[in-house]
Write a protein that binds this ligand. Sequence first.
Ligand SMILES: Nc1ncnc2c1ncn2[C@@H]1O[C@H](COP(=O)(O)OP(=O)(O)OP(=O)(O)O)[C@@H](O)[C@H]1O
Ligand SMILES: [Mg+2]
Ligand SMILES: [Zn+2]
Length: 403
Amino acid sequence: MSYLVLARKWRPQTFHDMTGQEHVVKTIANALKRDRVAHAYLFCGPRGVGKTTAARLLAKALNCEKGPTPEPCGQCRPCIEIAAGTSVDVAEIDGASNNGVENVREIRENAKYLPQRDRHKIYIIDEVHMLSGAAFNALLKTLEEPPGHVKFIFATTEAHKLPETILSRCQRHNFRRIPTGVMLKRLAEICAAEKTGLSEKSLALVARQSEGGMRDALSLLDQILSACGDQPTDAEVAEALGAIDRTLVQELTEALVRKDAPAVLSRVEEVFDRGVDLKRLAEELAWQLRHVFVAKALGEAPAELAESEKKAVLALSGTVESAQLARLFDVVHSAVWEVGRAAQPRLALEMALLKAIQLAPAASIPDLVARVERLAHGLEPASDATPATGAPGGRSDRPGFRA
Ligand SMILES: Nc1ncnc2c1ncn2[C@@H]1O[C@H](COP(=O)(O)OP(=O)(O)OP(=O)(O)O)[C@@H](O)[C@H]1O
Ligand SMILES: [Mg+2]
Ligand SMILES: [Zn+2]
């Protein structure tokens, strides 16, 4: 048998297996139970989060011999054929290549006739935002009052490109990026079933790189397994993903917080020598600072990190002030862009990081506030640290200055 990529092999065959789209699944299951299924659905959301999968599941739910039911049997002919994409009564149409008015006219003509075998005639139109204006217009009438046996399911990544007239005739469901926690769980289940041993830390790296898209996550897994075999180490996984070793990012962040310039420079050199893209390093650093910031604000590390990373991030957040973190983040975040465009990325990154260290506020915010207050009350002579813009002797009588 030819090798089936993980994303296809693991396409959910029941609503229960859909990860992270509970809000959509629940509404649709209820509609099926109460026999209140709308005649047109619009599934919107980012790439690879389950829109086409949900459309096929809904088609199965409607046409299963034991249905309509939120739990299609998966065994009957309609179920099997819909899963394989060969059902005579379920048409999957690619909106991008069938976007003309003549394509819609054909659908309109066909829709009039009863289904050949099953309960409903179902039209799944993917990338529906690609239809031409005339095609949308041709669709309107049918969409308004379709024959009772017809259901439309539209999917798109760009709902904002759809005309208002179409939007208002569909029941809309917004699919979300899949939260890292549940994605990790699903990835771990798939890895266990596939008998591959990726550590939790590696899976967390995959989940993070996929930015909430399950297809992307599974494609990355495929990529890792074909590059490094079934039992890759963390370092191999990081390398296969072109990612930077998490430990190094962690150490570099700590060095920044400590204002340890020699350590910062030697870490950058290390990454540079390995030939890793320095813009990626800047991005990873910005994310790491963000994690520390979140830990500081919430008192707990972000859920998307692996357990070992959580501890380190939380510990670091206890040793650094918000003001310093904010400053570090600002500098590193703008460095991402600068490093990406620089003729000498290493130079740009090093300078940005050194600046970030040098510019960190010398005193804590409460200290500074206290100092300003003392100044305002004339208790401390204005030193050369005070900006030279004020009028001589300017104090609480200065406009806009609150004592
Ligand atoms: N919510 C999910 N739960 C479990 N697996 C998912 C989920 N979403 C996507 N997948 C996996 O990703 C693959 C692709 O998903 P699907 O085709 O449904 O994405 P899509 O939202 O239609 O993406 P696109 O916008 O690119 O068409 C599925 O075969 C499945 O393996
Ligand atoms: Mg799709
Ligand atoms: Zn069935």
